[in-house]
Design a protein around this ligand. Structure first.
Ligand code: ITT
Length: 202
């Protein structure tokens, strides 16, 4: 008797060079997809994030990477919106402290700006664009509400996780760890919509 052909998980390329995002996405998707990111395609261009909204930047990243490879590409543009700072750092979350991707400087600036301020409510927002053959197929958005504390707590996760306590919890994302974060994060919420879309498309 011959064995049935081994099924291969469909490939999904994440248009990011942020290894934390890729790991979180891989965590949520499990074995259902083969997840790669832009670091596996060194010939693809670096994408300049010149948009002024999450959706604009998510489009730039998804389309830029999709034009240089075949198959499904998913981008993630995300950030933290703080009510007492009129939504800052928002789309500029990654360079808030003055140096692109420097999470320590970003957190220091956030703690400085928030000293004595209220309310301390904030949310993470994630916008994802799915693209194929250089064309946008769909976009999705997810948020998680919470509040900021005045000092960093926890060592897991990345970015602003040590300062952010999601609603319904008493610990920061950096203390709660990946299992809880991937159950309720902005990224997981957007990603589940993307998976539903891909499943419907077969
Ligand atoms: P790519 O553009 O390559 O995807 P990036 O890190 O530059 O990577 P963004 O431009 O979307 O990504 O900026 C996201 C920033 O928002 C990130 O650097 C953090 O400061 C913050 N951020 C987003 N999601 C976060 C999360 O789950 N936890 C903590 N901080 C987060």
């Amino acid at each position: 008797m011959s064995l049935p052909p081994r099924s291969h998980a469909p490939r999904l390329v994440i248009a990011t060079r942020n290894a934390h995002k890729t790991a979180e996405i891989r965590d949520v998707l499990g074995e259902d997809f083969e997840v790669l990111d832009a670091t596996a395609f060194p010939d693809c261009p670096e994408i300049e994030e010149i948009g002024t909204t999450f959706l604009e930047n998510a489009r730039l990243k998804a389309l830029g990477i999709s034009r240089c490879l075949q198959g499904w590409v998913l981008s993630d543009d995300s950030g933290l919106e703080v009510d007492a700072l009129d939504g800052a750092p928002g789309v500029y979350s990654s360079s808030y402290g003055g140096e692109e991707g420097n999470h320590a400087l970003n957190n220091q600036r956030l703690m400085r700006e928030m000293k004595g301020k209220s309310p301390r409510t904030a949310r993470f927002r994630c916008t994802m664009v799915l693209a194929r053959d250089g064309r946008e197929e769909a976009h999705f958005s997810g948020t998680v509400e919470g509040h900021l504390i005045g000092e960093m707590r926890g060592s897991q996760g990345f970015g602003y996780d040590p300062l952010f306590i999601p609603d319904g919890h008493k610990k920061t994302f950096a203390e709660l760890g990946p299992e809880i974060k991937s159950g309720l994060s902005h990224r997981a919420r957007a990603l589940r919509q993307a998976v539903d879309f891909l499943t419907q498309r077969g």
